[in-house]
Design a protein. Sequence first.
Length: 88
Amino acid sequence: MNRPDPRRATVLYAMSATCAAIGALLWVRGRTSTPPRVYGSFLAADSYTSSAWQVWSQTVPEERLGLYLVMAGLVLAVAGRLLSDRRD
């Protein structure tokens, strides 16, 4: 019988956990942060102001990107579970 490599499920679980953790952090940041400021007169903001750095783009806010990453984490977890069940 041709069995899959047992490390594949572990790698999928690790990727799933990473996606879900980053997605949750981005979702929380998108829900709690203030809208970014635009600094037209100078390139870098001083240490007392919030950063205007965008993670993704203007069309996809951080909150939505976070939800996409959480969903990708869930899909990878299900794929890892199916792969480990098939191995047994």
